[in-house]
Design a protein around this ligand. Structure first.
Ligand code: 1GP
Length: 229
């Protein structure tokens, strides 16, 4: 079963392509975050995912894998997040890669362990935007329409507003959140201190922090958790 993700307020995303050791994992676990997502866009291999998985395994914290490539799917995680990129310019990232994975898994596909997420990528300079050929220069109304399509046409339980690498506009996040009725809103991008965490946690249901754990800002990690709770 996918863990009880609806209660998560703060999540750390660890990138298999970035260096991690026991110390870093300890900082993450001891910060009080609600869960760890293992996921990234570039150079993701099964070896790198497995390495992170082994470091995380001793801890109780929910650990889920955000699947970005079929090749790196690793068993043992508590759940699997499947991104559907709503504003992808290349349809492969809306349904193509997913179809290939499901075809490969056939009857063995463990649907109960899967949670689909409707991504809206809003930082045109991030790696995911480049890969998916994300459509940008969107108006507020376009972004909300993507989110509503995700929620109502695709019945996605989660809309992920992705600003990876840059801090987004809190008002825009709030506008999207208030235009949805059922889907929960995750926000990720550029959070590296308590103030930014607190602000975005007022706008979204869950905040995701990533890059800060690979920089000196890791010393602020505990404070970002405190700020949202
Ligand atoms: C990336 O949304 C996450 O997918 C977090 O972004 O690395 O900018 O914190 P940052």
């Amino acid at each position: 079963m996918f863990p009880d993700w609806k209660s998560w307020r703060h999540v750390v995303k660890l990138d298999p392509d970035k260096p991690a050791d026991e110390w870093l994992i300890e900082q993450v676990v001891e910060s009080g975050t609600d869960a760890v997502i293992v996921g990234g866009t570039q150079n993701i291999t099964r070896e790198k995912v497995l390495r992170l998985y082994k470091l995380l395994k001793p801890y109780q914290l929910p650990k889920v894998l955000e699947v970005s490539t079929i090749e790196a799917i690793t068993f043992g995680f508590d759940g699997y997040l499947i991104p559907v990129v709503l504003n992808a310019g290349n349809p492969k990232w809306i349904i193509g890669a997913h179809k290939e994975a499901v075809k490969l898994a056939g009857d063995l596909m463990a649907w109960k362990e899967v949670l689909p997420e409707g991504y809206i990528i809003l930082n045109p300079d991030c790696a995911a935007a480049e890969l998916t050929e994300a459509l940008y220069s969107l108006r507020k109304s376009d972004i909300l329409a993507y989110a509503r399509c995700g929620e109502n046409l695709f019945s996605l339980p989660l809309i992920y507003i992705e600003y990876s690498g840059s801090y987004g506009n809190p008002e825009l996040v709030s506008y999207i959140k208030s235009g949805l009725t059922k889907a929960r809103v995750f926000y990720g991008g550029g959070i590296d201190n308590a103030q930014k965490a607190e602000m975005m946690s007022r706008m979204a249901d869950t905040i995701v922090v990533g890059n800060m754990v690979y920089t000196e800002s890791i010393r602020n990690l505990k404070d970002t958790v405190k700020a949202v709770k």
